[in-house]
Design a protein. Structure first.
Length: 318
């Protein structure tokens, strides 16, 4: 599977510092930076600002070159770095984890990864205390008895992408460090196809007649989503959204920009667009996830969607 070993002389350079230099390094890695160069540049910046993506991209480059031992060393250092940076987290109560685990659906599993359907209300990961809320890694390990990769640290075991707590749908988690690194590269290179279903509340007569691309930047970074109407009436619209990038709250913000804030969404002043039953969550669901040559999964939206009084024939399109 891996390419033959490339033996080239590593080049030295000035120590990389600051986030712009890290981003530039990531771009060079994705563009095909030589494996030995990648390792040398990592060494020059390791006391500065690398992150789990940096370690992952360097390790993936080394694996491509057949430098497995070097890759495993980088992954070991990356896991140690992530563990050191992780905040203290008091373990979530077992009953809370068990409840979250019961809501999972396993979509795919092999030696390298596991894909599940995340229910609403479960955190993809945490950066600190969860205050009694289960995280997806906790739930997956409890439900299926798997051990997830520690590359991202103890609070983000196996996590290579995220869904917001109130959003449901397909997620893939890595079991091994190598799989973790390779999956992170696929997401960073924007080779992963992510398709969402969403229900928006029509505002100010908003309408769509066909697929529309929204490229409104998010936090000053390029962002692009294709939004296509599947069904609509005067009040609501069922939308299929294809996220070309992965910015925070991207689909939610781009649907709102078109005049379709999502059902269950909170907007200032802390008023929901429309309440879902017992506020189950936001009507945004990661319907399909395709990582070329690795995994291809899909899952339907949760059943509670059908209980929301929308006036849309969801059965005809879901």
């Amino acid at each position: 599977m891996w390419l033959g070993i490339i033996v080239l002389t590593a080049t030295s350079g000035h120590a990389l510092q600051g986030r712009p230099a890290v981003v530039q390094f990531h771009e060079a890695l994705l563009a095909g930076l030589d494996a030995r160069d990648a390792l040398a540049r990592l060494e020059s910046m390791e006391n500065a600002t690398p992150d789990v993506v940096t370690y992952s991209l360097v390790a993936a480059t080394l694996l491509d070159a057949g430098l497995d031992e070097d890759a495993d060393d980088v992954l070991e250092r990356g896991a140690a770095f992530s563990k050191k940076r992780a905040a203290y987290r008091k373990p979530t109560k077992r009953a809370v984890v068990s409840k979250a685990a019961a809501g999972l659906t396993r979509l795919h599993e092999d030696d390298q990864l596991i894909a599940v359907s995340k229910p609403n209300g479960v955190l993809s990961m945490t950066e600190g205390t969860t205050k009694g809320v289960a995280t997806l890694p906790d739930a997956v390990e409890h439900a299926y008895g798997v051990e997830l990769s520690d590359l991202g640290g103890p609070l983000a075991r196996g996590v290579v992408h995220r869904l917001d707590r109130d959003v449901s749908g397909c997620m893939v988690l890595a079991k091994t460090r190598r799989a973790h690194a390779l999956l992170i590269r696929e997401f960073a290179a924007r080779r992963v196809e992510k398709t969402y279903l969403a229900v928006g509340a029509v505002q100010n007569g908003a309408s769509l007649t066909g697929p529309t691309t929204v490229d409104e930047p998010i936090q000053k970074k390029p962002a692009e989503t294709e939004v296509e109407p599947l069904a609509s009436n005067a009040d609501f619209a069922l939308l299929r959204c294809k996220a070309r990038t992965g910015r925070k709250h991207q689909v939610r913000k781009h649907c709102a920009a078109l005049g379709f804030p999502l059902v269950g969404e909170v907007s200032p002043p802390k008023k929901r667009v429309i309440e879902s039953p017992s506020h189950k969550g936001i009507m945004l669901h990661a319907y399909c996830l395709h990582v070329p040559g690795v995994v291809d999964v899909s899952c339907p939206p949760p059943e509670w969607w059908r209980a929301v009084p929308l006036g849309l024939a969801l059965d005809d399109v879901l």
